[in-house]
Design a protein around this ligand. Structure first.
Ligand code: SF4
Length: 64
């Protein structure tokens, strides 16, 4: 599993990065940067918390 962001839906307020700061960085404008690599089991739990925290459903799990 990987994390991905829909840049059109994203509001740039950074809620996701607060949930998973080690997986999601924010650019200077507050938009999330995800590295797109495969996540470990531990990381997946955090990633899912961040996905649930996204008010715009802009952050999602991608299989490839
Ligand atoms: S929580 Fe969702 S809408 Fe907010 S910055 Fe993250 S991806 Fe964008």
């Amino acid at each position: 599993m990987k994390l991905a962001v829909d840049p059109v839906a994203c509001d740039g307020l950074g809620m996701c990065a607060h949930q998973a700061p080690d997986l999601i960085a924010l650019d200077p404008w507050g938009y999330p940067i995800v590295d797109g690599g495969d996540l470990s089991e531990d990381q997946m739990a955090k990633a899912r918390r961040a996905v649930r925290a996204c008010p715009k459903r802009a952050l999602y799990e991608a299989n490839h």
